[in-house]
Write a protein that binds this ligand. Structure first.
Ligand SMILES: [Ca+2]
Ligand SMILES: [Ca+2]
Ligand SMILES: [Ca+2]
Ligand SMILES: [Ca+2]
Length: 324
């Protein structure tokens, strides 16, 4: 029985292959629930359009949309989407985000600007390697919040007409909100300072700290670059190997850090949110500043994570201290 199971597993692994199809993002829509969205993300940036330009950190490509100034002096985004899908509006964020939303008027019949009553609804999509549907903003909404949160960071949101109810959708969007992902690392978890003795030609563990907005399991299939080295010591594209690098609360680091003692050590940063610890061969580091550092110098280093969906995250930095 054991043998049969092993064969089945082997066949499954072969079938999955190295380019195993990874789960796509999971999104949660907050339809008319601004308080829920805010509670989920904790903090956010707001584009109120009041300075008449989009950004900084934002870019929009739109067939018909532009910033409109109402008689009251309020500026907002004014746009028309058509069905069959022709005109689209694509928001691009300079830094990866995990949440997007805003206050939408699709349904009003006023003339400042002309909204035209309910039209085609709005299909909201996000770029997750390819464009995927997130949800639909109802055509009757007048100044209603609609937003979503994704478990996987993304950089682009696309708006397009949803169906032929009215064939077009004129709408406004104000107070667009979004939350950038902020990822912290801990070089040499459980050690401080993060001393590196280059003469040992050893391995440098780097902990990616999970958070309320980062479930580290979504990093499966990502690639990691640290001071010029790519994580090659372990094939993190292999789901079994990937899982072995997750540090769950109350378990040892699978590679034996800490080496002994603390049987019930919490995660890399001693909280209850799992972290991902990956390892780089010290000999693989090629960064010029790092290579030029002398004894007792410190070097600031961040990790560049390229997700399976193509989004690149540059983490916050941590400090290495060269001892030899
Ligand atoms: Ca405004
Ligand atoms: Ca409309
Ligand atoms: Ca450390
Ligand atoms: Ca943690």
């Amino acid at each position: 029985m054991k043998k049969i199971l092993a064969i089945v597993l082997a066949v499954m692994l072969l079938a999955m292959g190295p380019g195993v199809a990874l789960a796509s993002s999971t999104t949660t829509v907050y339809d008319g629930n601004q308080a829920g969205w805010q509670a989920a993300v904790g903090s956010w940036a707001t584009e109120d359009f009041e300075d008449g330009v989009v950004g900084p950190g934002l870019n929009v490509v739109s067939t018909n949309g532009y910033i409109y100034t109402q008689a009251s002096g309020n500026d907002l985004w004014y746009d028309q989407l058509d069905y069959p899908v022709g005109p689209t509006t694509t928001w691009t964020f300079a830094n990866p985000i995990v949440a997007f939303g805003g206050t939408w008027d699709l349904g009003s019949t006023g003339n400042d600007p002309i909204i035209g009553g309910p039209g085609s609804h709005i299909q909201v999509r996000m770029m997750d390697g390819s464009w995927v549907d997130v949800g639909v903003i109802n055509n009757s909404y007048i100044d209603v919040f609609w937003g979503f949160v994704s478990d996987t960071p993304f950089t682009q949101v696309r708006l397009q007409a949803y169906n032929d109810d009215g064939w077009i959708e004129r709408y406004t969007l104000d107070d667009m909100v979004y939350t950038e992902i902020d990822v912290e690392i801990d070089i040499k978890p459980w050690s401080d300072p993060n001393s590196v003795n280059r003469k040992q030609h050893g391995v440098i563990p780097v902990g990616i700290l999970g958070s309320s907005l980062l479930d580290v399991t979504i990093l499966e299939g990502a690639t990691y670059n640290f001071l010029g080295a790519t994580a090659t010591a372990h094939d993190l594209g292999d789901p079994l190997t990937f899982a072995a690098h997750i540090v769950n609360p109350y378990l040892h680091d699978p590679d034996g850090v800490p080496a002994s003692g603390d049987e019930f050590m919490a995660t890399a940063n001693n909280d209850l949110i799992p972290d991902l610890v990956i390892h780089f061969n010290e000999d693989d580091l090629t960064d010029g500043v790092y290579l030029a550092a002398h004894r007792n110098d410190t070097v600031s280093a961040s990790l560049t994570i390229t997700l399976a969906n193509g989004v690149t995250i540059v983490t916050e930095a941590d400090i290495i201290r060269i001892v030899k």
